[in-house]
Design a protein around this ligand. Structure first.
Ligand SMILES: Cc1ncc(COP(=O)(O)O)c(C=O)c1O
Length: 389
């Protein structure tokens, strides 16, 4: 490997949410953090170099995006997913969840129904409720082999009067990379019932061997016109602290509406560093990303083997993408509260409680594996200690 994914970097004192906010949630910072979805790897050198050059100029005034910024996104989508998008479909936003919130405010009315599928990244639930919209939940179904699928019958039975569907593609936390057929089925239901789709594709670049990300809007023109895609380089390159993302909006009318909503709250400009980091990542970060995925998949395979051999009371299925492992702890015989307490007090490890992902999360924990292998090993040993004592 030409990039170093083995180095353990001390983040305990660098204002990291993952490392320094455990005391608020778990009562102590003296834990190994395997919760918040960022990585403990340095980002790609091309990004650091671009930011260093920007830093050394010493002037950090208001920015303006050159055409090459959007072109880097357009080219990335074409190269990585075979998705032909246009520069003038793109809207800058500092984050995916801020975009989702603003889209809800602009495209729906108070008390309108919005559907999500749980278990899912918890802000999907709160962003709907916090905006005064009514939440409609269609739970994912777990099959005998541990694979998760969408429940189309359940969706159809609940979708009457729903205005919007928020899709997690690929899916956090269950690690599904939805196939074209699955997305087509969902999209057809949404077209039939006139439901606008927001497709959160923030995890679209972290896909394991044998799987392929399908942008929802790439499936056909009807889906493109009926959807709003949110994507970002932030998970891909571990640059979430720079705060940038893009909304992809082929529907001209929706584009104008959302563009003016962002303008109204004056969120239009990148900060000085996200500006150069985005272009560097999308133009020059591919080699780093490909190596990272190989290393990460090694972590995932290692963790699954370790669990099978050393903590057989846990059940896990290999994710198809993302750096998140969704693990069933129900076989331990412990309640969720007991598991959570043991992990923190005995294991000294911070995981995400499954219940925070909503329906279907009971009995589960989410483990973030985007860290050097020695930390994965350490974390798993801590989990073993907590569960098997
Ligand atoms: C599915 C999903 N969407 C959005 C986000 C957060 O995105 P942002 O920081 O751009 O709001 C995350 C972070 O973990 C996520 O997993």
């Amino acid at each position: 490997m030409s990039y170093d994914f083995e180095a353990v970097i001390d983040r305990s004192n660098n204002y990291s949410a993952k490392w320094s906010e455990m005391d608020k949630k778990y009562g102590s910072n003296d834990l190994l953090p395997m919760w918040v979805a960022d990585m403990d790897f340095k980002t790609a050198p091309c990004i650091i170099d671009a930011m260093r050059e920007r830093l050394e100029q010493g002037i950090y005034g208001y920015t303006t995006r050159p055409d090459s910024y959007n072109e880097s996104i357009v080219n990335w989508a074409a190269r990585r997913y075979g998705w032909e998008i246009k520069s003038d479909w793109l809207i800058f936003s500092p984050g995916v969840i801020p975009s989702v919130s603003l889209i809800i405010q602009e495209m729906t009315e108070k008390n309108d129904k919005i559907m999500i599928q749980e278990p899912v990244y918890s802000p999907f639930n709160s962003v709907v409720k916090d905006n005064g919209r009514e939440l409609v939940i269609s739970p994912l179904v777990k099959l005998e082999d541990g694979n998760y699928v969408m429940d189309y019958e359940d969706i159809e039975s609940k979708i009457k009067d729903v205005k919007m569907f928020i899709l997690c593609n690929p899916h956090n936390p269950v690690g599904r990379v939805w196939t074209k057929e699955e997305l087509q089925n969902l999209g057809d239901i949404c077209i039939k019932h006139n439901v606008k789709v927001i497709s959160d594709e923030i995890h679209s670049d972290i896909i394991f061997n044998g799987h392929k990300h399908t942008p929802f809007a790439s499936i056909n023109e009807e889906f493109a016109q009926n959807s709003i895609t949110c994507m970002a380089p932030t998970k891909t390159f571990n640059i979430a602290g720079l705060q940038m993302s893009q909304v992809v909006l082929p529907n001209e009318e929706d584009y104008k509406r959302l563009d003016s909503a962002f303008a109204r709250i004056d969120i239009r400009r990148n900060n000085a560093f996200s500006l150069v980091a985005t272009e560097a990542a999308y133009n020059h970060g591919e080699e780093w990303l490909d190596e990272f995925i190989v290393y990460l998949e090694g972590n995932v395979d290692f963790a699954i083997k370790y669990i099978e051999e050393n903590i057989p009371s846990l059940k896990v299925k290999k994710p198809e993408g993302t750096y998140l492992l969704w693990v069933d702890f129900s076989g331990t015989g412990l309640s969720d509260e007991e598991v959570a307490k043991a992990l923190v007090e005995e294991g000294k490890v911070a995981l995400n409680n499954g219940t925070s992902f909503g329906i279907g999360g009971k009995g589960y924990q989410r483990i973030n594996l985007a860290c050097p292998r020695v930390m994965v090993e350490d974390g798993l040993a801590r989990i073993k200690k907590a569960i098997t004592k």
